[in-house]
Design a protein around this ligand. Structure first.
Ligand code: THU
Length: 130
């Protein structure tokens, strides 16, 4: 069921822009219509401006009109990549507590959890989790 996400996550790694950390991350966000939205980390010479793969995927998806999401796969060949705190909060703007987070490890195994587990009592002003 996650084969398409897995393939896209692995294929997208070549697009990462991570010349400073050398840590490449891709993310594939699935919307409620089953469309897949890939993203990669995009680093900057001013390090703090780095965009994580998850936020890159979300920005692309929302820019294409997607606003409702079921799950995300996060992958790095360089180490296990669990979404950082900032990405958890940004995902919470559009995704509810039951939104699935799947980490694809360098070894090809998966770790599955939910946004509600990763970010309990998320700060949201909207109630529709859109
Ligand atoms: N990174 C992500 O893309 N997603 C995460 O959730 C964790 C960290 C990126 C940011 C940076 O380019 C590199 O990994 C090392 O921190």
């Amino acid at each position: 069921m996650t084969d398409g996400m897995r393939k896209l996550a692995i294929d997208s790694i070549r697009l990462c822009h991570a010349p400073y950390s050398g840590f490449r991350v891709s993310a594939v966000l699935e919307d409620s219509e089953g469309r897949l939205h890939p993203g990669v980390n995009i680093e900057n010479a001013s390090y703090g401006l780095t965009l994580c793969a998850e936020r890159s995927a979300l920005a692309g998806a929302v820019s294409r009109g997607a606003t409702s999401f079921t799950r995300i796969m996060v992958h790095s060949p360089d180490g296990p990549a669990h979404p950082c705190g900032a990405c958890r909060q940004v995902l919470a703007e559009f995704c509810g507590d039951s939104f699935e987070v799947i980490v694809l490890t360098p070894e090809g195994t998966t770790v599955e959890t939910t946004l509600g587990t990763l970010l309990p009592s998320a700060f949201r002003l909207r109630t529709d989790s859109r």
